[in-house]
Ligand binder design. Sequence first.
Ligand code: G16
Length: 543
Amino acid sequence: MPTQIVRTTPIEGQKPGTSGLRKQTAVFRRPHFLENYVQAIFDGIGGIEGKTLIVGGDGRFYNDQAIQIILRMAAANGATKCIVGQGGILSTPAASHLIRLRKADGGLILSASHNPGGPDADFGLKYNGRNGGPASERITDEIFQRTATLDFFKIAACDDIDLTEIGIQSVESMEVEIVDPVADYATLMRSIVNFDKIHNLFANGFTMCFDAMHAVTGPYAHAILEDMLGAAKGTVINGIPSEDFGKGHPDPNPIWAKQLMDKMYGTDAPDFGAASDGDGDRNMIVGRGAYITPSDSLALLTAKAHLAPAYRGGLAGVARSMPTSRAVDRVADSLGIACYETPTGWKFFGNLLDAGKVTLCGEESAGTGSDHVREKDGLWAVLLWLNILAETKMSVTDLMNDLWATHGRCYYSRLDYEAVESDKATQMINGLQAKLGDLVGQKIGTLDIETADEFSYLDPVDGSTSANQGLRISFVGGARVVFRLSGTGTQGATIRIYLEQLEINPNRLQQDVMSVLQPVRDAALILSDLVAITGRTAPDVIT
Ligand code: G16
């Protein structure tokens, strides 16, 4: 079976964002688009001759066809071996774990995460390195540079590989091993949380609903929650991955996980609710009638992680992305451990985890994780919550009330303005950026500005700097607003505005979130002039 060297031309606009490259599926299916990007990855990481790669994805439309192309290209580029999830399925955290477990050189993960899937929706591909985490900025830049100069790609001319049978096959001289996507991940989870305790919890009548959102965590959740931990059959809903996620939006937030929210806020709600996203790295936690913000979830997990076997000895430190609320900072402070503030995107946690500086980390966008892999991990967060619920015998609501009574409550919300014309979004951010220096001391609405700056991150491990990571403005009294442009949207620009207000008065911990945040929201709109510049009078999504 000969290798073909196919002449091609560079494709514009392939700058990978915080999580690889995401585009409309139709773009990925254009002639040579995927091939060019895959070749750019292979070249950008210094070639793959003699290397072993993990390959798998979230099962969305085009997953299997793309895997066939990747395998043929890996063979033609001289890889020794590819390890592929059966049926082309691997959740992002399971892929991260496999890279580490099998000491692979890296992995290609096919997913557009929480973006919808299907021929008219989105597709994505990212490269994770040897530590199991998203490629560093240096590597993504190398890949990007390569996309601009590429004039050929290599591909083996051969039949499709059978992805359905576990076992070993070959493509030219490259070995392809098809593995069970769940087994190794389940073993890892068993080594972190107390399966016996959680099993007892369910055996004693504890009820739960896990919404897999027709996405990749279905098989993982069925196997771990129902088969191993004894949760009742039917605990997992929407548990069969489908190419278009049941025509849904596999983003675990109160808007898109409506079926779960209705259950949790209805009569006879289960004790505990959770959801995960397209590729299984995000999570949403809900108690009976109580949605928990991801920022609060990170704070709670930090406060109680020692109840799980893997964290019994305490945490080395924690990290949160800059726009994530400062709730976890307060818990870390009380534990006497460091709390790092990083730019948005999981790749910035990698160095801290590798250096042993942090054990847990998280983002406001429903990502929580620990040093067990180098990705955020939706099901892991759910299992750690279950371990804490089993050990404390408290309800989700009581746990949160207890946390707020001890550390104060960070009321929090994010406003997303989607598919804004890019030049208008840039104009808004640039306008605000230009006046940052003059803002300190000004009164905006009812709030007094205390600090205003553009976030720049100095990595404490490798000394690299990441500039332009969002505009942040703090007000006297514990309020804060952050502005940034999304790096993961596929159409126009997405403006994100993050609102936060700290409350430490024990009598004011149970207020309506949006009422508490209204003064910060008003100030954000005045400061940014968003309505006049973009013409948008309301956000598309509020979480
Ligand atoms: C969004 C979130 C980030 C997250 C990123 C990737 O980025 O705001 O916190 O790291 O998605 O997440 P995932 O891999 O689950 O898609 P952005 O740039 O759109 O704000």
